[in-house]
Design a protein around this ligand. Structure first.
Ligand SMILES: NC(=O)c1ccc[n+]([C@@H]2O[C@H](COP(=O)([O-])OP(=O)(O)OC[C@H]3O[C@@H](n4cnc5c(N)ncnc54)[C@H](O)[C@@H]3O)[C@@H](O)[C@H]2O)c1
Length: 288
């Protein structure tokens, strides 16, 4: 892998976001090491990437040979230590500070000292994530959107000590993969998660209060406010557990208006986590 001139990136976590990020990097010409602790997540990630590449061919976005080349650029591994050859590592493990710290400590011991580390956190503090590293200046936020292989934007988020070279590396990677960037100075929830979490939480309060059905709240925002997706469709895509963790963090850091709606908490307790488990606000038969 290191004998090629193609740049190498590693993606840690092959869940909802990790497989889309790996897909996007591979289409952008990176050799990609996709790493997940769970064998099942890797198998599902591989299948999703192959299906999404095929869909891109059917829609005329990619020719067959480019799709096959992208698939071949991705290898799968089980341990963060396997990220060693990467110049850029993008972390997409669950939204828990302690877990992210563990992952970056492992990456620090495995990777070259000049490798850039990025986190796809939705809302956590980049500065606090970077505090796990001997050199916090190498860490930056690269906040992708779901589905990551399609959505154009990456929020590039600077922590307190993020170096300019990390910003440059993140922007260059984004450009290479055909993405657009905005540069955000770290603030809880950046620009997008802060607003999106508020809309989704308010929609849950409205559902709890019986203001309207979930379908009609979604229809109202799509047809009346021109949102491409309704808030419940969006939260089912994002994952209710992921959204709840973001709200809990914003509640602590920004105050009461982000208090998670009790109905959302109930859905998560019931295991209705969204599309990824076939059931969230809506039901998703296995074929969808
Ligand atoms: N879901 C979204 O729409 C969305 C959007 C933007 C950002 N994010 C952020 O991206 C990150 C990942 O979210 P997701 O929705 O993809 O989560 P997910 O639960 O779908 O996937 C996380 C994956 O990480 C793996 N994992 C856990 N611990 C690991 C470890 N120590 N080493 C390697 N792999 C490990 C799990 O097996 C799982 O496959 C979170 O920080 C989340 O806030 C999510």
């Amino acid at each position: 892998m290191s004998q090629t001139s193609e740049p190498t990136a590693a993606v840690i976590g092959a869940g909802v976001m990790g497989n889309g990020i790996a897909h996007s990097l591979a289409v952008g010409g990176y050799r990609v090491i996709l790493i997940d602790a769970a064998e099942r997540a890797l198998a599902r990630g591989r299948q999703t990437i192959e299906e999404n590449l095929q869909r891109a061919v059917e829609r005329g976005k990619l020719d067959q040979s480019a799709a096959a080349a992208a698939a071949q650029r991705i290898v799968q591994r089980r341990s963060p230590q396997d990220a060693a050859p990467a110049q850029l590592v993008i972390e997409a493990v669950p939204e828990e500070m302690a877990l992210k710290h563990d992952v970056f400590r492992a990456l620090q011991s495995a990777c070259a000292p000049d490798a850039i580390f990025a986190t796809n956190t939705s809302a956590l503090s980049i500065t606090e994530i970077a505090a796990a590293l001997d050199d916090p200046s190498r860490l930056i936020g690269m906040h992708y959107f779901n589905p990551a292989h399609i959505m154009k934007l990456i929020e590039v988020v600077r922590g307190l000590q993020t170096a300019d070279r990390a910003v440059t590396a993140a922007r260059e990677a984004a450009i290479r993969c055909g993405k657009e960037t905005v540069i955000i100075n770290e603030a809880p929830g950046f620009a997008t998660s802060r607003i999106n979490a508020l809309i989704g939480n308010e929609a849950f309060y409205m559902l709890m209060e019986g203001v309207a059905s979930a379908r009609d709240i979604d229809r109202a925002l799509k047809l009346g406010l021109n949102h491409p997706m309704g808030p419940f469709e969006m939260i089912d895509l994002v994952g209710l557990d992921t959204r709840l963790r973001v709200l809990e963090y914003l509640h602590v850091s920004l105050g009461d208006k982000f208090r998670p709606c009790p109905l959302l908490v109930k859905y998560v307790k019931a295991g209705r986590l969204g599309r990824k488990v076939g059931r969230g606000v809506y039901e998703y038969p296995a074929s969808q």
